[in-house]
Write a protein that binds this ligand. Structure first.
Ligand SMILES: Cc1cc2nc3c(=O)[nH]c(=O)nc-3n(C[C@H](O)[C@H](O)[C@H](O)COP(=O)(O)OP(=O)(O)OC[C@H]3O[C@@H](n4cnc5c(N)ncnc54)[C@H](O)[C@@H]3O)c2cc1C
Length: 381
């Protein structure tokens, strides 16, 4: 079969892909089992990624970033997701950096982006609370303007990179009398912050190497210039502007995981013997491979178009929502077939498809659930 290559690839990006692939293969994959057992990626790996220039790839060089574009980011998501390296939350790190880039003041960009690019700071975005997930307008974490800063009280849950995060785009309620316009984003630098505490690293079905955590704020005080944007009350607007970017990243990781799982499964059924022949010589098995390969290619083609739209600055909410729900649903379906084709081995954590299967489940839940994606799409009809 012809090897498919995304239309946005070029020679420079091929060279860059090799660098990323080498990093994933030599500095991440050998540690993944240990990371899964300890429930976090080594802090050192973040610094190393920074040293190699693999963080904040599409942030301009004047802020310490890679000075590349979204294609560079995509390659990083693809090379990690294809290998089931789901603990390294560089997507969320980038999303946090983009809130700064898109909505921050010049001083905020200068203060935080270079340190995020070097891996000194690890980024997170904290929206979800025990009582508010899909319904972001129900956010209760309160930030009260006091003196020359804000006093924060409340808690967040399910925060990716939560335990290690040192710069958090924190969604807070600055006005209790307004629902939508009562929300703001504060950029909270956590090291040494009195009143800030990381709770449990949560015990999850999959993504065991990801330090998803609870965060607590008890009279935590941040300076006034932690506010993202020119005035309070713009949080919902900022979230709506940036969520398509986040949803594109989820879809890219999803399709890359499908590609990795399908490649692994093709290899497996060509080797595995049953009834005196390889599994791959049975037509029912070959038809299954044809089906999952087709679904994966269709998903890839759509995702590639979304990537082009991000590059053109034209990815709209509806298209990003379509990619997020459909690709992640297909990710689960395709990887489920891959597990089935591995038989009992597919149920064993030491097999890539097994880890990919449990990792995949959350893709339909976070970044806005797939039901919320359909709600967003249907509103536009
Ligand atoms: C591993 C993991 C990592 C995460 N990382 C982050 C992170 O970094 N930052 C962050 O802020 N959050 C994060 N989340 C939280 C995630 O975004 C939320 O769990 C998600 O948005 C759903 O919110 P909820 O859990 O409160 O579910 P609910 O909102 O209570 O939803 C429960 C069910 O009801 C459905 N539902 C809700 N409203 C509607 C509606 N209007 N129409 C139809 N169906 C509806 C939902 O689709 C879902 O099926 C993470 C979650 C997990 C599990």
């Amino acid at each position: 079969m012809n090897v498919y290559e995304s239309p946005w690839m070029d020679e420079d990006l091929r060279v860059f892909r090799e660098t990323v692939s080498r990093f994933a293969e030599t500095e991440m994959a050998p540690h993944d089992a240990r990371w899964r057992a300890q429930h976090h990626v080594d802090r050192e790996t973040w610094r190393r990624a920074g040293e190699l220039g693999l963080l904040c790839l599409d942030i301009p060089a004047e802020y310490g970033g890679g000075g590349g574009d979204f294609r560079h980011e995509c390659i990083l998501y693809e090379e990690t997701s294809r290998r089931g390296l789901s603990g390294f939350g560089q997507g969320v790190h980038s999303i946090c950096a983009h809130y700064l880039l898109n909505h921050g003041t010049e001083a905020q960009k200068q203060r935080w982006l270079p340190r995020m690019a070097s891996g000194e700071l690890i980024g997170a975005i904290a929206m979800t609370e025990p009582g508010a997930g899909s319904d972001l307008q129900g956010i209760r974490t309160r930030a009260v303007a006091e003196g020359d800063g804000y006093l924060i009280n409340g808690s967040k849950i399910f925060i990716t990179n939560g335990a290690q995060a040192s710069i958090i785009a924190l969604v807070v309620r600055t006005d209790p009398n307004e629902r939508k316009r009562g929300l703001s984003i504060l950029m909270v630098e956590t090291p040494g912050l009195a009143g800030y505490r990381v709770g449990r690293v949560l015990d999850k079905m999959g993504m065991a190497s990801q330090d998803t955590a609870e965060l607590f704020f008890e009279n935590a005080r941040v300076p006034a210039d932690a506010l993202l944007g020119p005035e309070p009350g713009r949080g919902m607007y900022q979230l709506m502007a940036d969520l398509p970017y986040e949803r594109a990243i989820i879809a890219i990781a999803g399709v890359a995981a499908m590609e990795g799982a399908v490649a692994e499964t093709v290899k497996y059924v060509k080797e595995r013997q049953a009834f005196g022949q390889t599994l791959a010589s049975m037509q029912t098995i070959r038809f299954k491979l044809a089906e999952i390969t087709t679904i994966t290619r269709v998903a890839r083609t759509f995702v590639d178009r979304c990537i082009e739209q991000v590059l053109e600055g034209k990815l709209d909410t509806e298209t990003a929502s379509m990619a997020k729900w459909w690709v992640t649903d297909m990710q689960q379906k395709v990887i489920d077939e891959c597990v089935q084709l591995h038989g009992g081995y597919g149920y064993m954590n030491e097999y890539l498809v097994c880890r990919m299967f449990t990792d995949a489940r959350v893709q339909r839940i976070y970044g806005g659930t797939n039901e919320i994606m359909k709600e967003l799409i249907s509103r536009s009809l």
